[in-house]
Design a protein around this ligand. Structure first.
Ligand SMILES: NC(=O)c1ccc[n+]([C@@H]2O[C@H](COP(=O)([O-])OP(=O)(O)OC[C@H]3O[C@@H](n4cnc5c(N)ncnc54)[C@H](O)[C@@H]3O)[C@@H](O)[C@H]2O)c1
Length: 310
């Protein structure tokens, strides 16, 4: 036991291993990397531990195929899952990943009953709901990562468009993770100036479209996998906000009970993250069009929940 915080990352594939890398290089917490593949999480942890003297981070890194090592984690990031295989329908994948995330969550909840869970596995909003139901944790302790990534993509494109620092750009994205996400240009700013005043509408629509298509664009380029540098850092930003009790406002998938007119469903909205996980759900006023787009996005998530019957 060290005096540091402890983060378990389940799934030591691209997203999981890169999350471990970011956590270590930020010296945020000790890391336990868990995967079903024998030797792989152990090998990646050992490799990363050997980078410590070079970068100068003092955190403990452990790889495991079980959960004993994960006991009493402060945060658990779940990235376990399978990509779609040839011949597999979206519903098949939904059920397979739901079984994986469900089984992982049971172990996580058993060994770390007080942890805060951050789900990354896709389909994101539905998998977060699976983890919420399986863990039995209160809703403030099960959070899905999508909005931080989606808004980072939009910020990246806006900064590129206006040739300004990414640090000057904020972007606002609501809704489920996927084609139906709802980027909100009028709440997106450059040094406080709404981007609607800086970028012509037609060009802005292209940026919004590229943001919603952000994951697919990278899959199209990589061909053998999906994005992982930005997704893993997005999950780590959420973990950092919690561990440091920053009260940071970030778009996250959280369980809504009437907020935005949505009930019993995980959907992406702005929340305040602090030591208790989700400390506040922030409701902003939406135009009729924005509200309709959010409802459509929630309906797409609800369809998956109906298939899973959870
Ligand atoms: N929410 C988002 O914005 C976002 C972004 C990127 C990726 N993702 C999702 O994150 C997940 C991981 O992506 P990746 O690129 O790291 O995939 P990957 O295939 O590289 O890694 C997944 C890992 O999960 C492991 N795994 C499978 N079943 C397991 C189980 N029962 N217990 C423990 N580990 C198990 C696999 O062995 C593999 O190493 C995918 O579902 C992907 O779609 C989500």
């Amino acid at each position: 036991m060290s005096g540091r915080n402890k983060i378990t990352v389940v799934g030591a594939g691209n997203v999981g291993a890169t999350a471990a890398h970011w956590i270590a290089s930020k010296e945020l917490a000790d890391v336990v990397l868990v995967d079903i593949t024998e030797g792989m999480p152990q090998g990646k942890s050992l490799d990363l531990a050997q980078a410590a003297p070079i970068d100068g981070f003092d955190v403990k890194l452990v790889g495991s195929n079980g959960y004993e090592e994960t006991a009493d984690s402060d945060i658990v990031i779940i990235t376990a899952g399978l990509p779609r295989k040839p011949g597999m329908s979206r519903d098949d994948l939904l059920k397979t990943n739901s079984d994986i995330v469900g089984a992982v969550t049971e172990q996580v909840a058993k060994y770390s009953p007080n942890a805060i869970i951050i789900v990354v596995s896709n389909p994101l909003d539905a998998m977060t709901q699976v983890s919420f139901r399986k863990s039995g944790f209160p809703k403030n302790r099960v959070i899905g990562m999508a909005g931080v990534l989606d808004s980072a993509r939009m910020r990246c494109f806006i900064a590129e468009e206006l040739k300004v620092s990414v640090e000057n750009v904020t972007a606002f994205v609501l809704g489920g993770h996927g084609d139906t996400m709802v980027p909100l240009p009028r709440y997106s700013t450059v040094a406080g100036i709404p981007i609607t005043e800086l970028i012509p509408e037609a060009r802005l629509n292209e940026i919004v479209k590229r943001t919603a298509n952000g994951g697919a664009e990278i899959v199209g380029l990589l061909k053998t996998g999906s994005a992982y540098y930005a997704p893993s850092l997005a999950a780590v930003e959420m973990a950092e906000a919690i561990l440091k009790d920053k009260k940071k406002i970030l778009p996250c998938a959280v369980f809504l009970e009437g907020e935005y007119g949505i009930n019993n469903l995980f959907v992406g909205v702005p929340v305040k993250l602090g030591k208790n996980g989700v400390e506040q759900i922030i409701e902003i006023s939406l135009t009729n069009d924005e509200r309709a787009a959010l409802q459509k996005s929630a309906a797409a998530v609800q369809e998956l929940i109906d298939v899973l019957k959870i």
